[in-house]
Design a protein around this ligand. Structure first.
Ligand code: PLP
Length: 378
């Protein structure tokens, strides 16, 4: 490694565990009971689960009865699909959503990644559950909240809305409209590992219409989570998730992300000064405070990731598959970038602890690599 101190700038992929989450998980490891057991050990475990439920609800802004713990957002999404059936989603949705929306059910987006109402086929959402991300993981672009009003004005409202708030939770104070003003079965998903909690735990936040007995649960059995998701609770993960939510809520209250947004802007300014041809995706529209996605034509994203890794920085390109391979970003191609441009994109995503010194060090290292790349290409 060229740099001697690693700098982690891939917080949209996953986040380092917060100290508060680690402490809560260590405490949970020492609780022997099953939350369904009535004895003291069981009640202690149950208390941990219910404390975390309250912490998740406080961050999301929902009632505790609406929080259903799952193994992550992917499971929450699949659960909604299984219950709702007829679904549609924007072409820039995460793969966990897109996999359920056949190409014909994907809503076109414009060059900024916003759903393009002008290109929406008539009746596209009739009787459907609309899966709508709050923020995009690759570009950080937020879907405008006015979209739902626009759809209503056009008489094109979906039967219900599901909000993928995985990237927004903990970074934005407002997770967007998801309640039942747009129909029955309004719901939302969050994932612990995107906000400083452990991997493999998340929640489906299900509106009042998802009352026990009405919802068709994907996992049936022991009746946990009021019968909406069976299986003995992941008490350790849930405790870490709750503590991470509480810490994330504190960060939001302390204005941490305003500081991070300034750092992201410092970064983009420095890169822009180094390379006039670099395109910053979604720069002119509302984005997550921590995300910068940029395309440097002629310099493959995959190569940049490897070169920056050697220099001590963790960033990402396109969407990382579980195989570790990098596929050309279909998010960027849906936004109208061609394959050559999309293959030259990288994403830098900052965290609450990222410092100005780290950001400037990254910009210097990236610029040096770019100069080398240009010299080789000349
Ligand atoms: N939705 C978005 C926007 C994501 O970024 C991710 C994870 O990358 C997911 C859903 C899936 O979340 P999980 O890893 O909890 O299954």
């Amino acid at each position: 490694m060229e740099g001697d101190v690693r700098v982690y700038l891939d917080h949209n992929a996953t986040t380092p565990l917060r100290a508060e989450a680690r402490a809560a998980m260590l405490a949970a490891m020492d609780v022997a009971g099953n939350p369904s057991s009535v004895h003291a050990e069981g009640r202690a475990a149950k208390m941990m689960v219910e404390k975390a439920r309250g912490q998740v609800a406080a961050l999301v802004g929902c009632d505790v009865s609406e929080v259903i713990f799952t193994s992550g957002a992917t499971e929450a999404i699949a659960g909604v699909v299984q219950d709702a059936g007829n679904v549609a989603g924007a072409a820039v949705e995460h793969e966990a959503v897109r996999i359920w929306c056949p190409e014909a059910e994907q809503l076109p987006v414009d060059h900024n990644g916003h759903v393009d109402l002008n290109a929406l086929p008539d009746g596209a959402l009739a009787g459907k559950t609309l899966f709508l991300q709050r923020a995009n993981s690759e570009t950080g672009v937020l879907q405008p909240e006015s979209l739902l009003d626009e759809l209503a004005r056009l008489g094109a409202s979906p039967a219900s809305v599901f909000r993928d708030a995985v990237q927004a939770a903990g970074k934005l104070p407002d997770l967007g409209r998801w309640r039942s003003d747009v129909g029955r079965h309004a719901s939302l998903a969050v994932s612990a590992h995107k906000l400083g909690g452990p991997k493999g735990i998340g929640a489906l936040i299900a509106g009042p219409e998802y009352t026990p007995g009405l919802m068709q649960p994907m996992l049936r059995g022991g009746g946990q989570e009021l019968g909406r998701r069976a299986g003995t609770e992941n008490v350790i993960g849930i405790a870490g998730f709750g503590a991470a939510c509480a810490a994330a809520a504190q960060d939001l209250a302390d204005g941490v992300w305003e500081r991070v947004a300034e750092l992201r802007n410092v970064l983009e300014k420095a890169l822009e000064a180094a390379s006039k041809k670099t395109i910053f995706v979604g720069k002119d529209v509302a984005r997550l405070p921590n995300t910068s996605c940029f395309i440097t034509p002629g310099w493959r994203g995959e190569t940049q990731v490897m070169q920056m890794d050697l220099a001590g920085f963790a960033i990402s390109a396109g969407s990382a598959c579980s195989s570790g391979k990098v596929a050309t970003s279909r998010v960027l191609t849906a936004m109208g970038f061609d394959d050559a441009e999309a293959s030259c994109a990288v994403r830098v995503s900052l965290g609450p602890d990222t410092t100005k010194e780290q950001v400037l060090r990254f910009a210097d290292a990236w610029t040096a690599k770019l100069k080398k790349h240009e010299a080789r290409a000349a």
